[in-house]
Write a protein that binds this ligand. Structure first.
Ligand code: ZN
Length: 428
């Protein structure tokens, strides 16, 4: 298949009159800019951009989007939200999950994501018993991905304890229970399905560790030691201040500090949130080759805090974005909020641009880092419009209001920072 694009976003800038060729496995085989006479069999496109990986999703939480926006006289916080989330988690059947994920994945595709990493921990039936097929809930997610066409890195998640030094799960966490062996078995089943059905370029199995509070150090080592080489490993970390305090009390170190000092982490590791860190923790993490996954709208919605983007960019720490609880499903909104949260706390403008030397626009820095970080988080070749990468692309609709009177050199800026309004019907 051949595409001929008037413009294409290649390695951080626009190229003009680009011929892009795709092989039968869906990967780019040749990309040639400045073509004056495109071949007759090429499909013509206007402006194309690479698809981004959504590196953190709990699909079932899409069902509670907008349902937790009432507080109480006693206040409201992450832990109160979590009680509602558990009630939803207890009610979801495999059919529900397939239906919710299908809706969600369509929305993610509309929002600029071509691949999603599912941090999946609702394993058992509502009574907490394993399904006859222990991967029943995994297949619901796989089917939703196949139905919609989004790529999927499925991360069966190890969840063992209710808190630091507090073994066993709460009654309302019964569907999440697992052991290292159970997670390895799920990972093996998913990867075998992917290979058997010739889906290895679209479906990848990794694993996740719910958090340091939910999995003890011995079990983390047991699980990760048994994984096939280069398997993606995701973990929630340092999302809430209470988690940092509890980690200090029980493990004697802050969460990111403890992980970098006690577990042999490398480029396969992706730390979700890493909201509460010191600059020293970020520097030490960058040296390991691991990445972080930032979820700006969910972190805002839950009152988690603001990620230290400045230290991450200064340390050249790889990072990706995720939509986590799915209060938002649009890539531009995540990147915009990530930058705006820095501006609001630092009283400066263009943080992403400034910290990286001021040569590139903030939108360029944010988009490129999220693209490359997502590539790492997925465990698949999703690094953009380049030979050998999976041919995931979208066309920018330049007829939308945010591109009004915008010259090409500012089109990416307009996409990320000049926002079209929600579609409302005029009262006339
Ligand atoms: Zn999460």
């Amino acid at each position: 298949m051949k595409l001929f694009a008037q413009q294409a976003w290649i390695q951080g800038q626009w190229a003009q009159q680009v011929l892009l060729e795709i092989d039968s496995t869906g990967h780019w085989t040749q990309i040639t800019p400045n073509i004056t006479t495109p071949p007759a069999d090429a499909q013509h496109k206007s402006t194309i951009v690479p698809g981004i990986t959504n590196a953190h999703s709990h699909a079932f939480q899409r069902a509670m989007s907008a349902l937790t926006e009432r507080g109480s006289p006693e206040g409201d916080n992450f832990w109160r939200w979590r009680q509602t989330m558990y009630q939803i988690a207890l009610s979801i059947t495999p059919d529900d999950l397939r239906e919710i994920a299908t809706q969600l994945y369509r929305e993610l595709l509309d929002g600029g994501y071509s691949h999603v990493c599912e941090f999946h921990y609702v394993h058992h039936d509502p009574q907490g018993r394993p399904y006859a097929d222990p991967a029943e809930m995994c297949w619901a997610l796989v089917q939703a991905a196949q139905e919609t066409g989004i790529g999927l890195t499925l991360l069966p998640t190890l969840y063992m304890h209710r808190g630091f030094g507090n073994p066993g799960l709460q009654e309302d966490q019964r569907r999440f229970a697992g052991t290292p062996d159970m997670i390895l078995d799920l990972q093996t089943r998913i990867q075998a399905y992917s290979q058997k059905n010739n889906l290895t370029h679209r479906l990848r199995a990794g694993v996740a560790i719910h958090s340091l509070r939910a999995v003890d150090p011995t079990s983390i080592r047991e699980l990760t030691a048994a994984l096939p080489k280069d398997t993606p490993i995701h973990i929630h970390i340092a999302e809430q201040k209470k988690e940092v305090e509890d980690c200090l009390a029980h493990l004697g170190a802050r969460p990111v500090q403890w992980l970098t000092e006690h577990i042999d982490i490398d480029h396969n590791w992706h730390l979700v949130h890493a909201t509460h860190t010191t600059p020293q923790e970020i520097q030490a993490l960058a040296k390991t080759g691991a990445s972080v996954v930032i979820c700006p709208t969910t972190e805002a919605n839950l009152g988690d805090g603001v990620f230290d983007l400045t230290s991450a960019l200064k340390s050249n720490l790889s990072w990706s974005i995720g939509t986590d609880s799915h209060v938002n499903r649009d890539v531009s909104e995540e990147l915009r909020l990530l930058e705006y949260s820095q501006r609001l706390t630092q009283h400066q403008r263009n943080i992403a641009s400034n910290v990286t030397g001021g040569q590139q626009a903030s939108a360029t820095v944010l988009f490129e880092r999220a693209l490359q970080g997502g590539h790492a988080a997925s465990g698949l070749p999703l690094g953009g419009l380049a030979v050998g990468q999976r041919a995931d692309w979208f066309e920018l609709d330049l007829t939308q209001d945010n591109f009004w009177r915008i010259q090409p050199e500012h089109q990416l800026d307009a996409w990320i920072f000049s926002t079209p309004s929600a579609k409302l019907l005029r009262n006339q």
